[in-house]
Design a protein around this ligand. Sequence first.
Ligand code: KIV
Length: 540
Amino acid sequence: MSITSQPDRVIIFDTTLRDGEQSPGATLNVEEKLAIAHQLALLGVDVIEAGFAVASPGDFQAVKTIAEQVGIPGGPIICSLARAIRQDIHAAAEALKGAARPRIHTMISTSDIHLKYQLKKSRSEVLAIASEMVAYAKSFVDDVEFSPMDASRTEPEFLYEVLEAAIAAGATTINIPDTVGYCTPKEIGTLIQGIREHVPNIDGVILSIHTQNDLGLATANALAAIEYGVRQVECTINGIGERAGNAALEEIVMALQVRKPFFNPYFGRPVDADTPLTNIKTQEIYKTSSLVSQLTGMLIQPNKAIVGANAFAHESGIHQDGIIKHRQTYEIMEAAAIGLPENRIVLGKHSGRNAFRTRLKELGFELNEADLNKAFNRFKDVADKKKEISDWDLEAIVRDETQIQVESGFQIEHVQVICGDCTCPTATITIVTPDGKILTDASVGTGPVDAVYQAINRLVQIPNQLIEFSVQSVTGGIDALGTVTVRLKHQERIFSGQASDTDIVVAAAYAHINALNRLYRYLQTEKSEFHEINSAVVSG
Ligand code: KIV
């Protein structure tokens, strides 16, 4: 394939479920990964990196389930990461068996600093391993991606040599990682240009870029790479990922959309060509971003480009004046382009099930009967307390009621709190345990939330430490729903939970129990994996 027969658009390789999940505390279980993968498929990503199959039985199961249920014919390519080690590649191949279009992504470090201190291998050893492991991956699947880790700090001549060998061994995509987020856009351009000039067989493969955000340059670097001929970008929803994260999918896609006339010539198109430069359905961006934030518990900063709460808000008088006179004076894209619902007041306590269902459908939520019933009952409760229900409220209700419930987890029956400036904050909580027991306990605390958490912890009896607590208002107004997000730590793992209510102490209780249920579920899975491994050892 010559460079002119490369795709005339950018391939979006989403690594939210692999690199994104490496964000501290963003641990997802299999059901949650599957829900995100389905949404990524709706969003239209080309490749889903579903995980790192060899990392744990949970990771293996997630890649396998996504391969079988999302990697269907006509669906995205499903990929698993694998170090350039036989055991990793074998696990990836096994997990990917159910995918219509499987891809193995294998990687090995190539920079001298990694070779000397981490791999403790010579350049010639790494060269041989890269070529041998790409060939091994190729023995399982046609589609093999190779990444020379820390490529941007690798001595260029050695990098060219490794890439040439990997392509000769069968790699179909060559990905260039700026692993430590060190490069500037100009340097990325020079790196890509060097590769295209010095790797003789590079035109036969898709060239890809993976940029980390340590200096806040991930998106700029990915866009610079595109100008130099890169045709696949690795990115994550909301830019989550290891340390400061990755290039944000929504930023890359909207930059290519809004600045199409700037990018078109790099694809050999006329400046004013209208065909999109990616296959992403941009109207699904907001929904995908909210889902990832909810399930990972990683809040989006208000000033985050594209999906932050303030991204389309105009505060200054001068800006508001301009917007009223002509939107484009201060707005380069419309909120509707990313599927951001308007904060329209649509429903109230007299609205019926049909109006509720219809509005949810208009907002893009297709619920099954059971979820619809749960959401409708909750809507009626909220509408009793809050006169007007906006689209944003509806979204919070649906998020709460349809979140993946931990089967047979703990459930809250009652929350009662006494607090004030001349009383000792006291919470009385009733829960139902996984085995159906109804338990009640009370606790005092420094404030109402502390009292609630202490009472719940006494009932649940799973050691944990609350490390983050935040409340966000869903809409303006004194009767607004508040969304509480918590993150708690158990040993070295972090679990998050989220819930919304007009009473933020009640929301806090539900958010805490949601996080505890994820921890509980994790402990259950760990126990059964331990038994599985043990019985395999005994019977083996
Ligand atoms: O940052 C990195 O180098 C990676 C590679 C595996 C692509 O995540």
